[in-house]
Design a protein. Structure first.
Length: 189
């Protein structure tokens, strides 16, 4: 089993990455392989709805950094999508990843169907709910199993490392990871 966490933050080592790593830790502790993917510094073009992904080879529209992500997600059992909040919504790169993954899945073999996972949103002050909902809708429309926690997977943080002061967020993200590990273990037993 493998779980991929993708951070849509343009910053490496920031709060969104810490949020992902916090959720991944209990999954690793359960003996499940994990992989963290940062979109920082990667070029991810938008979906142009060309339909070339219907060939089952991923998105062929751009020569960018998407294909390795496509392969990782296609071969994973679980997926975590995380984004900082930018003006009340998820970042462009994570949206581009979602659009291209979703379109490629729908146009070929529905490889996202029945994968388990969930969303994480990190904000300085507000916009969590809109961003969390935006990311969560990706799971629902792609026939995925969305895992919950004791609260929404949101955190308050601005400066690097500040997420660690939001103890409720750390507890929520840890429990989310535990729930995802539990579910994947049940599904694959």
């Amino acid at each position: 089993m493998r779980v991929i966490a993708i951070s849509g933050s343009p910053r490496k080592g920031g709060n969104t990455e810490i949020a992902c790593q916090t959720a991944l830790q209990p999954i690793q502790d359960a003996g499940i392989d994990t992989e963290f993917v940062s979109l920082a510094g990667k070029e991810i073009g938008p979906c142009i709805a060309c339909g070339r992904c219907a060939q089952g080879q991923g998105c062929l529209a751009h020569k960018d950094d998407f294909d390795p992500i496509y392969q990782q997600v296609k071969n994973a059992d679980g997926l975590i999508l995380a984004s900082p909040v930018y003006f009340g919504c998820a970042t462009g790169p994570i949206c581009n990843v979602m659009h291209r993954l979703g379109y490629a899945s729908r146009r070929s073999d529905n490889f996202l169907a029945r994968k388990a996972g969930g969303a994480i949103a990190v904000a300085r002050r507000a916009g969590h709910n809109a961003t969390f909902a935006q990311l969560s809708m990706f799971f629902a429309i792609n026939d995925m199993i969305q895992v919950g926690s004791t609260y929404w997977n949101v955190a308050l943080a601005c400066q690097p490392g500040e997420i660690n002061q939001d103890t409720e967020a750390i507890q929520t993200l840890t429990h989310f990871g535990e729930n995802l590990a539990w579910l994947l273990t049940k599904i694959h037993s």
